[in-house]
Design a protein around this ligand. Structure first.
Ligand code: DX5
Ligand code: ZN
Length: 244
């Protein structure tokens, strides 16, 4: 199928995008926090859906995504950490999120389930992403990379915010770049976990990351706008001179 990914040119000239994870927001004041990150310069809203089975934590489901879709003024970046994404996708897709991510580990590649998930997401008009846990071989995505709008490299084990970045995740980002190049494709690359105005962010951006998820670094201390600006500054520094 035809790739929905932006052209190489548009990506090379675009800035790194920041997608704050609302898992670290105040759930009793979600609309307020979403408005604050929007005014504070966030590009996307990262929504961590966890089913208590694929990951040990249980967070939010489709009704909350529906509510978010009514109040959000910037695109929703929905990260499905669920065991049965093909069954769950329709519930989320009907709220038309901008981006939907499913996990490779929850799909049977041999049975063509990567493509089934990508096609279902595209049929609903959303952009398709496949995520990899830190211990999953990046090369599993080679057969479908040209059909993906984005690849998500997890830089922590999915399940909780506030974990430390796993060193070497930047090399996994670099491997995605290689596989994509070999296929003549240019999906965005998102990294999720342990990022902030820190060395981890610099490393993954230098390796080719385009979209940075940050939970605790945006919501924990200080004001959101300052935190987002600090992450953006670290990213821009690393992007200068990045080969991509
Ligand atoms: C982890 C989630 C992340 C998490 C990021 O499973 O996918 O999005 O909320 O949180 P930080 O930035 O605190 O590592
Ligand atoms: Zn996430």
């Amino acid at each position: 199928m035809k790739s929905h990914a932006p052209s190489k040119e548009s990506r090379m000239h675009s800035d790194v995008r920041i997608s704050p994870s609302i898992l670290s927001a105040d759930f009793m004041n979600m609309e307020r926090d979403i408005e604050a990150i929007t005014m504070g310069g966030a590009d996307l809203i990262h929504v961590d859906v966890m089913d208590g089975h694929f990951v040990p934590n249980l967070t939010i489901g489709a009704p909350v995504v529906e509510g978010l879709s009514h109040v959000a003024r910037i695109p929703l970046d929905v990260h499905l950490m669920v065991s049965n994404p093909l069954d769950q996708l329709p519930w989320f897709l009907k709220h038309a999120p901008y981006l939907v991510t499913v996990h490779a580990e929850a799909l049977d590649a041999e049975a063509g389930e990567f493509s089934q998930a990508i096609d279902a997401i595209h049929a609903a008009g959303s952009k398709a992403c496949i995520a990899l846990r830190p211990d999953t071989d990046v090369d599993v995505l080679a057969p479908v990379i040209a059909d993906l709008d984005m690849v998500l490299i997890m830089s922590v084990y999915p399940g909780f915010s506030g974990q430390s970045y796993i060193g070497g995740s930047d090399a996994r980002v670099a491997r995605v770049v290689e596989i994509a190049r070999a296929a003549g494709a240019s999906p965005l690359i998102e990294v999720d976990g342990g990022l902030g105005a820190n060395e981890a962010t610099r490393a993954v951006v230098a390796a080719g990351a385009d979209v940075l998820v940050a939970g605790s670094a945006v919501f924990s201390n200080g004001d959101f706008a300052t935190n987002i600006a600090a992450i953006r500054a670290a990213a821009s520094e690393a992007r200068t001179g990045c080969a991509r």
